[in-house]
Write a protein that binds this ligand. Structure first.
Ligand SMILES: [Zn+2]
Length: 444
């Protein structure tokens, strides 16, 4: 197969990437027209300037939340979803060179954002430039969409989705090759019930982690210890408190952790007669796949996980915080209805907090077949398969969109780390993969 990207486009891409890295763009306090700080807005301005110079039509949100750049004609839009914000550099002493100078060191583009996500965004952009240089006409619009808040709350892309046209299909170059086609839905909620004056608990933790400690300093300490012993749960204690011990893991891996909050609740349920505690002690127990509540819930994207991370009980109310990771083909409404029915006998009510829809594009779709064919040919890896991720990429913010590259499986991972750098040979390989893929999807 003929190489589409020439050395000239490779060098232009390196130049653009070093320019973009030298505009620091980590989150900072909001300013007028710069909701995530002046640096990120400057990077957005810079990116629009680069796109314009290549012959793209550009649009920059006047409020500074997003921008996009487009080439081609037609009703349909093929999206390339990137982000311009980065994590901060961290301790400058851990870097061998200036993270924001934008340099080429030892045959790698060096600096914050070189891998995540300025580098892959530029690689895909100049891949399209290579197609333009060769005179190809596109059968749809190719739109590069730039988010500005990927590392924190995705508020930039949320504004895009509120105000702009949806894409018909697309890729997000913000992960690894070959591609990610499935990420579970993410539901965060509360279970809220009555209070009691029997006991007081204030076990507050983040939604997305399995808690490894749960402290109890209420009455009946000896009985609670005896209950913990009976169940074989580990704890430490002093004169006035008991600390139940667990093992912390990310909520997406909840079944592999040991939840200290659940263990304490199970023991307390043996000592106190209080309905909401029975939900954990008698129904949910310790099974973070939720099978005691829902039965087995599983598909090709894996099994359901349910993490109960916080438990607060006082005289006014009981409140639990739950994080559900829902397999991609499961009916969320039905699942949540089952949950409501199952918690009702324990005087608990379901309260919605936040939902992030799943990513799912069927493996036999034209998009995935084409991207996989191109990757296999270009990487010389005929055994590559589409991947499932437990995390969350920008791909899930758009219709019919998958995470595609830019890191090769052999690229050393520097994302969010000191000395972030992207070897030129990997960058050029990614450019060629993007050029071949977009040609196959958007030309002919
Ligand atoms: Zn990223």
């Amino acid at each position: 197969m003929t190489q589409l990207v020439t050395e000239q486009e490779q060098q232009e891409a390196v130049k653009a990437l070093t320019d973009l890295i030298s505009v620091p763009s980590f989150n900072q306090p909001a300013e007028d027209g710069a909701p995530f700080g002046r640096g990120i807005r400057n990077a957005l301005d810079k990116m629009m300037e680069i796109c314009k110079s290549l012959g793209f039509k550009t649009y920059e949100d006047p409020d500074g939340y997003y921008g996009y750049a487009e080439v081609g004609e037609g009703d349909k839009i093929f999206g390339v979803i990137c982000h311009l914000d980065t994590v901060p550099a961290g301790d400058p002493k851990t870097w061998e060179h200036d993270p924001f100078k934008g340099t080429v060191v030892n045959d790698a583009v060096y600096g914050r954002g070189s891998q995540d996500d300025k580098g892959p965004g530029i690689a895909a952009l100049f891949a399209v430039k290579a197609l333009m240089d060769r005179g190809y006409q596109f059968n749809q619009r190719i739109r590069f969409i730039y988010g500005t808040d990927e590392e924190i709350l995705w508020r930039g892309i949320a504004q895009y989705n509120k105000k702009e046209s949806q894409i018909d299909s697309g890729i997000s170059p913000d992960a690894e090759f070959p591609l990610i086609y499935a990420e579970k839905g993410l539901q965060q909620s509360y279970l809220v019930g009555p209070g009691t004056d029997q006991l007081k608990l204030s076990l507050k933790n983040a939604f997305n982690a399995v808690p490894d400690k749960a402290v109890y300093d209420g009455p009946k300490q000896d009985e609670v210890k005896a209950a913990l012993d009976k169940h074989g749960f580990k704890y430490t204690s002093d004169d006035h408190s008991i600390t139940v011990l667990g093992k912390s893991v990310h909520a997406m891996l909840a079944p592999e952790g040991t939840n200290a909050v659940l263990r304490l609740a199970i023991a307390l349920n043996d000592v106190f007669d209080f309905k909401p505690l029975k939900f954990i002690g008698e129904l949910f127990k310790e099974d973070a796949t939720g099978s005691n509540v829902f039965g087995k819930v599983e598909d090709e994207s894996g099994q359901l996980t349910m993490n109960i991370s916080s438990l607060e009980i006082n005289e006014k109310e009981t409140r639990m915080q739950i994080d559900l990771r829902i397999p991609v083909t499961v009916d969320r409404d039905k699942l949540l209805k089952t949950l409501q029915e199952k918690v009702a006998p324990y005087d608990l009510k379901y309260v919605h907090f936040d939902y992030v829809a799943p990513l799912y594009v069927p493996k036999d779709s034209k998009l995935i077949q084409t991207l996989m064919d191109v990757y296999k040919e270009q990487a010389g890896d005929s055994s590559a398969t589409p991947q499932i991720s437990g995390g969350a990429t920008f791909a899930r913010t758009m219709n019919n969109c998958v995470a595609f590259g830019g890191m090769l499986p052999t690229t050393p991972d520097y994302m969010h780390q000191a000395n972030e750098q992207w070897p030129l040979k990997d960058m050029f390989k990614a450019m060629e993969i993007y050029a071949q893929a977009i040609k196959r999807l958007c030309v002919d």
